[in-house]
Design a protein around this ligand. Sequence first.
Ligand SMILES: CC(C)(COP(=O)(O)OP(=O)(O)OC[C@H]1O[C@@H](n2cnc3c(N)ncnc32)[C@H](O)[C@@H]1OP(=O)(O)O)[C@@H](O)C(=O)NCCC(=O)NCCS
Length: 176
Amino acid sequence: MNRIIETQRLILRPLKVSDAEQVFEWVSDERVSKYMVYTAYTDIEQVRKWLEFAENDKSTNSFGFVRKSDGKLIGSGDIGRQSGKAENVWGFGYNFRYDCWGNGYATEAAKAMMKWAYENFGVVKFFSSHAEPNTASGRVMQKCGLHFAGYGEFEKLDGSIKMRSVEYEGLYCLED
Ligand SMILES: CC(C)(COP(=O)(O)OP(=O)(O)OC[C@H]1O[C@@H](n2cnc3c(N)ncnc32)[C@H](O)[C@@H]1OP(=O)(O)O)[C@@H](O)C(=O)NCCC(=O)NCCS
């Protein structure tokens, strides 16, 4: 299975343990982790452990997003089956280094992951959700062709924050 995807400005590729320093740049940033399920990492060793797990995890399709212009890893995301959803409905998520926000990278990466899921697994139905105040992420979902589907619950993995989430769903759109 080819997990290297090229877009206009990005290369999407599997994450490696040797990416730890670059990944730590954003996962240690509370502005980035605020509405993610993880809490900001404080120790790069935790990132290494997570990357080791991700490298060997066959059940999740995670990707690092490399900016072509400078070869830097600027974010990561994943796409795959969602627990509690029908088998053919895939969910996706993403996060980016703070200084890279607002350039359309998340939309570019998410669309590329959806296309990859469609081409390799025939997935046409997608789902995503965001903590209610995280409207920028909702905008990315809209730009990926998804529409509002209802409300759910966002909860951090450590249970420290619980709030309403906004859920989006939609069909893969062949146009760019
Ligand atoms: C959410 C996130 C991935 C967006 O990445 P990005 O590369 O800036 O996204 P894009 O540039 O593709 O699109 C962002 C859109 O949101 C809009 N936007 C930005 N801030 C916004 C805000 N506060 N309210 C509403 N829309 C906002 C932008 O204008 C843009 O829309 P436009 O193209 O119509 O102008 C990025 O902010 C991030 O990494 N956040 C931290 C991690 C996170 O929250 N991930 C999502 C968890 S659900």
